[in-house]
Design a protein around this ligand. Structure first.
Ligand SMILES: [Zn+2]
Length: 144
């Protein structure tokens, strides 16, 4: 299985083989700098998310949030921890719904935080509200 990682130096999308990680890092194919394997969830734009969903071989898990949203702030570290724990099994992103208004329209998002899960390019789950780590992990495991 290949995982998608986004370089935090040049923003290139890298497709990497999971068991080839060296000491927790991959080399970016474009700029050759190191990318930390557990650096997700990567912030993405609306357009980029569509591209990533179409490229991904793993379930794609997305946190839709906004900076003004209190529950979103509480949920962010929970999402981050689960993303670090399940990094080999899913691709994790976060998207700011304020600067990417199309996302709410496209996926009919009425409340945030919203967790979206895509599999084989299709939306398979949209779960509104913050969850704890156990709940989020269980939800993702349903789609692995
Ligand atoms: Zn790079």
């Amino acid at each position: 299985m290949k995982k998608l990682v986004i370089c935090n130096h040049c923003e290139a999308i890298n497709r990497i083989t999971i068991n080839k990680s060296e000491n927790g890092y991959f080399e970016c194919g474009k700029c050759k700098k190191k990318i930390e394997e557990k650096a997700g969830p990567w912030p993405v734009t609306d357009q980029r998310l569509e591209k990533l969903i179409s490229l991904s071989e793993l379930p794609v898990v997305v946190d839709v949030y906004a900076d003004w949203c209190g529950p979103c702030k509480m949920y962010a570290p929970i999402f981050k921890n689960v993303s670090a724990r399940l990094w080999e099994k899913a691709d994790f992103y976060k998207i700011d719904s304020e600067s990417n208004p199309n996302i709410s329209h496209r996926y009919n998002i009425r409340g945030i935080p919203m967790t979206l899960i895509f599999k084989n390019g299709q939306l398979v789950c949209s779960q509104s509200g913050a969850m704890d780590e156990v709940q989020l992990e269980r939800l993702i495991q349903k789609y692995m």
